[in-house]
Design a protein around this ligand. Structure first.
Ligand SMILES: NC(=O)c1ccc[n+]([C@@H]2O[C@H](COP(=O)([O-])OP(=O)(O)OC[C@H]3O[C@@H](n4cnc5c(N)ncnc54)[C@H](OP(=O)(O)O)[C@@H]3O)[C@@H](O)[C@H]2O)c1
Length: 399
């Protein structure tokens, strides 16, 4: 197998320090040191090699948010091919049901019978509101007794500020960060319980290397309507910046969650990681929101990007599937890391990716804590403290 991996050795022993406070500081530093970019799946890794690098997932239960479309759909196919029962968590639209049918047909065409198709299930989820996302998670915890793999893949890009989410935020910030925060925390008791048996649970956040372009988060801007937004090229450029910010927010959330689950709860067998999936230019991400970008111009730009930096949608699912299902992650105690594939020639040529640490802004603890506080406040407001308090681990997590 051709893997090009470099990973700092975890430094867990430093947790044995005098005071809790010191231990916390060291763990944060440790988390951030570990998060180097790792080029893992390059073009030498053929489909068979890739599938062999993923464990047999028979008996495992997975959720893929946004799993009926784009990169999420390919992720659902790969996980089911390896034997997992896959819940596609998505909004119930015609497109979702068609996507689920597509996944089932793909599996049937590969294995030749319908057995794998029955492993694909649907679970209703709207990440646009924290309340909906939480309710969806709690419902899942009622109907399923196990959850081994959670892939937080759904996302939106280039939306305008003409309307805010039900919680009063930019919709990209809402779906890419807040909704996934509420959904993930609502599943934590189930994930924790499962990890006691398997000693190996995975949470994967589909991020984007766009986070590197983020600015310090401006919460006032993120909560202020702009009535005519989306009409000019400047608006489109601002929308992309907000997308980058939403991915930085998601990253902060992941790092703080990882840190708290390990440090506060000692849950060292839940492996949480993020990735840039690749450049799947052919998906619907970001399409149709910005009026200044004519559909024909958009097609031309996308076609140009596809031939220069593009990856296939299936290739773009591989890094997150690897984080969800490769034994490497547990064997190397990999958590809090950001993985980035290097299978496009341009990424390989772009030397700057290799071994790079998180950006300075991503490592900014003050900004990270601020994000956590804003998130928790919005969460309490949306879901209610009594409801949150009914799940012990979440109550402790946000205290
Ligand atoms: N494509 C790329 O090159 C690229 C690069 C970097 C990062 N990413 C990230 O990769 C992930 C997948 O993107 P993609 O390219 O596969 O895009 P996509 O084809 O547009 O898929 C996005 C998915 O997110 C779901 N979603 C959007 N809003 C939702 C909501 N409120 N509740 C529940 N689900 C919702 C969509 O469901 P609906 O059908 O209901 O809208 C869809 O299934 C995203 O997180 C994206 O930021 C993509």
């Amino acid at each position: 197998m051709s893997l090009n991996v470099s990973l700092a050795t975890p430094f867990i022993s430093t947790l044995q320090l005098d005071t809790k406070k010191q231990a916390t500081a060291v763990l944060i530093a440790h988390d951030l040191q570990l998060e180097t970019y790792i080029h893992i799946l390059n073009e030498i890794m053929k489909e068979e090699e890739f599938l062999n690098s993923i464990e047999d997932l028979t008996g495992r239960v997975a959720i893929v948010t946004g799993g009926a479309k784009g990169i999420g759909l390919e992720t659902s196919v790969y996980l089911a091919l390896k034997g997992a029962t896959v819940y596609i968590a998505a909004r119930g639209s015609k497109g979702t049901y068609a996507g689920i049918e597509d996944v089932r047909n793909r599996l049937k065409s590969v294995v030749g019978d319908e057995s794998l198709g029955s492993k694909i299930k649907y679970h209703n989820l709207d990440l646009g509101s924290m309340q909906n996302a939480w309710n969806s998670a709690r419902e899942f915890a009622r109907i399923e007794s196990q959850l081994d793999i959670l892939v937080c893949n759904a996302g939106v890009s280039m939306t305008t500020m003409q309307e805010l989410s039900p919680d009063g935020f930019d919709t990209m910030f809402a779906v890419n960060h807040l909704g996934h925060f509420a959904f993930t925390t609502g599943l934590l008791d189930l994930i924790k319980q499962t990890s006691k048996t398997t000693q190996d649970s995975r949470i994967v956040f589909t991020n984007s290397n766009a986070y590197k372009l983020a600015s310090p988060l401006d919460y006032e801007k993120l909560t202020t309507l702009i009535p005519n937004d989306g009409q000019t090229f400047k608006d489109a450029s601002n929308a992309f910046k907000r997308y980058a910010d939403s991915k930085l927010a998601a990253l902060y959330g992941v790092l703080e969650l990882t840190h708290r689950l390990r440090q506060q709860f000692g849950l060292t067998n839940i492996y949480i990681n993020s990735c840039h999936p690749g450049n799947a230019i052919g998906t619907t991400l970001g399409a149709g929101h910005q009026k200044a970008v004519h559909p024909i111009l958009e097609k031309v730009v996308r076609a140009g990007l596809q031939v220069t930096i593009g990856n296939s949608t299936a290739d773009s699912a591989k890094t997150q599937v690897y984080l969800a299902g490769s034994r490497y992650i547990k064997d190397h105690d990999t958590y809090g890391a950001f993985w980035e594939p290097s299978f496009s020639w341009i990424a390989k040529a772009y030397k700057g990716c290799a071994g790079e640490e998180y950006t300075e802004l991503a490592r900014d603890e003050v900004e990270r804590k601020k994000l956590w506080d804003v998130t928790v406040e919005a969460f309490k407001k949306a879901v209610g403290e009594d409801e949150i308090g009914s799940v012990d681990i979440v109550k402790g997590l946000i205290a």
